[in-house]
Ligand binder design. Sequence first.
Ligand SMILES: Cc1cc2nc3c(=O)[nH]c(=O)nc-3n(C[C@H](O)[C@H](O)[C@H](O)COP(=O)(O)OP(=O)(O)OC[C@H]3O[C@@H](n4cnc5c(N)ncnc54)[C@H](O)[C@@H]3O)c2cc1C
Length: 336
Amino acid sequence: MKHLRATDRLRETAKTWKRGKATDMAGTHDTTLEESMEAMVSGGVFRGEPMDRHTSFGVGGIADYFVVPANPEETVRLVDFLAALGVSFLPLGKGTNLLVLDGGYRGVIISLKNLQGLQIRQEDDDETLLVRGEAGLPITRLIDCALKDSLEGLEFLAGIPGTLGGALRMNAGAWGSEIKDVVRSLTLVVPGRGAEVIPRSRLAFAYRKLELPEGSVIAAAELAVRRGDRDVIEGRIREIMDKRKKRHPLEYRSAGSVFKNPPGGVPAGRLIEEAGLKGLVVGDAMISELHGNFIVNRGKAKAAHIIELIEEVRMRIRDMTGIELETEIVIVGEDL
Ligand SMILES: Cc1cc2nc3c(=O)[nH]c(=O)nc-3n(C[C@H](O)[C@H](O)[C@H](O)COP(=O)(O)OP(=O)(O)OC[C@H]3O[C@@H](n4cnc5c(N)ncnc54)[C@H](O)[C@@H]3O)c2cc1C
C-alpha cells in the first residue's frame, strides 16, 4: 500500500478540486485539508457553506469551504498554504458586488469579516490624518468614525454597503469621487511574500478596479483625510443618503450597479431605461423600475435568472446602440 505524506495528500486533494470533483467532498471530505485549515485559523472553517447567505443578491450555490481568519497573520498563513497547494480561493468582504453562480464555488472562500481594526493617527504635517482600517471593516463603520471625529473626505462613500477591502478592490466610487483619491497605502498579502505595505504611487487603480498580483488579498489600508466641520460633514452625508434612498431600489436585494458606465458619457442605467428595459423580469430577477442599472431579487431569484437578464440587456443594448456593456459586478463559481 502506498503511504502519502501529509503534503502529498493535500496536493492530491487540490488536484481533485481542480478536476471539478470537489462536490464529492460533501460526503467524503478530506480531513487533512480541513484539519490543516482549522489549525491555521481561529474564526472557523465551514464545509459546504451556502453563498446566498453571504451575498447581498441573496443568491449563489455552495462553497466547498468558507474560512474565517481572525487576524491578518492568520490570513497570511492561509493564503500561503492554499496558494502553495494550488487550491482556488476568493477573498470576500460583504458580497455586495458579487454574483456567485448556482453551482457554487469550488475552493475556499476567505471571509475577511473578522478583520475590523480601525485607528487614526496624525501625519507629520499636522493637517492630514491617516485612517488605518483593516479589510473587513464595514464602510458604515468608517463613515460613523468620520462623523464622530469630524474627518472630512470620506463622505462620498456613505451608503456603499461593502467593506474597506471590497471598496479598494473595486475602486468604489460615487458622486464624482473614488476611493483611489483618498488611499495613502495598502497592506497586501501576496502568496509566498507575506504582507507588504504598498504606497499609492505603486497601485494601479482604474474605473471600478484595482489591478493586483494573482492571488493577493488586501489586509488593510491607510486613507488620508482632514479634520473638518462636523455639521458640514453630517450635512453632506445626509444629502447623499437622501439621494440614494430616492434613486436606488433599497427595499430589494441587489448588488448595486450591474454594468460599468461605458465610455462616451451616457450612463449604463440611462441606456437601459431608454431601451425600455426597466421592469424586465426573468424568474424572480427584475431590472429595477427605479434604476435601470440595478437588477433586483424579488424574493426567490436564482443566479441563472440574473445572468439571463444580464445577457438580454447586453444583447438589446448592443443591437440598439452598438455599445458593448461590461459588467461591474464580479461573477464567480459554476453553473448548476
Ligand atoms: C445598494 C447598493 C449600492 C451600491 N452603491 C455603490 C456605489 O455607489 N459605488 C460603488 O462603487 N459600488 C456600489 N455598490 C457595490 C459594492 O457595495 C461596492 O463595490 C463595495 O465596495 C464592495 O465591497 P464588498 O466588501 O461587498 O466586496 P465583495 O462583494 O465581497 O467583493 C467584491 C470583489 O472584491 C474582492 N475582494 C473583497 N475583499 C477583498 C480583499 N480584502 N482583498 C482582495 N479582494 C477583495 C472579491 O474577491 C470580489 O472580487 C453598491 C452595492 C449595493 C448593494
